[in-house]
Ligand binder design. Structure first.
Ligand SMILES: Nc1ncnc2c1ncn2[C@@H]1O[C@H](COP(=O)(O)OP(=O)(O)OP(=O)(O)O)[C@@H](O)[C@H]1O
Ligand SMILES: [Mg+2]
Length: 250
């Protein structure tokens, strides 16, 4: 079942057509990957769908019921969506543990007011930090983590959001989550994504590593200069001559 569809989505920056009449579908219980050369509009697509930059045209359809011609940032969690950032966004001056506790409590007004960090939240924080291998680092400030650990902490925060109220998170955008990770970390993130898919979430992955794309993707979109160049099963799409040419022989 499609969780989110776009219809002729458009975003222009001055002369650049960053997203050019894109119609894509992200299904529940599937990993949908987006690849394309640098500057082909992958991050811009996520930025428009999460309300960080305004859409210039087209529509966003959520769960086949909600039709939007603009996405407002504070509504994004209410629509069941969250994301990670290509350039990692954390609370730098806060410890690792607090970075997770914030997402566990900030969406639940009652517990934020009365319990703040109750046992439930601490247990969930421990669970997600252990999942990404960062529990030992819980008292470090985020800014003191290595690059790879910072990316893992962002993923722990996404996992924390799955436990937050009021709404269920149904769709997660991962913008280049594997860039700069050591092999052990890559394995962790791959298994997190498979687990999210198995839980029925719509997982959207932007990634340049084609081995990871082949392993994880149920469906693949290839963008080129903001336009859809190809889509379909990853092995078939990546064998296409025009796709290989767009990458200059990946
Ligand atoms: N905020 C912005 N203001 C102006 N131009 C932008 C902005 N964001 C993106 N662009 C331009 O839009 C185009 C698409 O950029 P985008 O970051 O979406 O590409 P990408 O596919 O994510 O690339 P990469 O693989 O390098 O991350 C590029 O030409 C980029 O310079
Ligand atoms: Mg990008």
């Amino acid at each position: 079942m499609p969780y989110l569809r776009t219809h002729n989505l458009e975003k222009k920056f001055d002369g650049v057509h960053a997203v050019d009449h894109l119609s894509v579908t992200f299904e529940a219980g599937k990993i949908t990957s987006i690849v394309g050369p640098n500057g082909s509009g992958k991050s811009t697509l996520i930025n428009t769908l999460t309300g960080m930059i305004p859409v210039d045209g087209g529509a966003v359809i959520i769960a086949d019921t909600t039709h939007l011609t603009k996405v407002v940032p504070h509504q994004v969690p209410l629509y069941g969506m969250t994301r990670t950032f290509q350039d990692v966004k954390l609370f730098e001056q806060m410890p690792v543990l607090d970075n997770v506790l914030v997402v566990l409590t900030e969406r639940n007004i009652v517990s934020a007011l009365f319990e703040k960090h109750g046992t439930y939240h601490l247990e969930r924080a421990e669970e997600v930090l252990k999942r990404v291998g960062l529990w030992e680092k819980r008292n470090e400030l985020a800014k003191n983590l290595s690059y790879g650990q910072r990316k893992l902490l962002e993923i722990a925060r996404v996992l924390g959001m799955l436990h937050g109220a009021p709404g269920e998170i149904e769709l997660i955008f991962f913008d280049e989550p594997f860039a700069g990770l050591f092999p052990e970390m890559v394995k962790t993130v791959i298994s997190v994504m498979k687990e999210l898919r198995d839980k029925g979430k719509a997982v959207v992955l932007v990634e340049h590593n084609m081995d990871i794309i082949r392993e994880l993707s149920d469906h693949l979109y290839v963008l080129d200069a903001g336009k859809l160049l190809a889509d379909g099963k990853p092995l078939e799409v990546l064998a296409r001559k025009d796709v290989i040419e767009a990458y200059l022989g990946e």
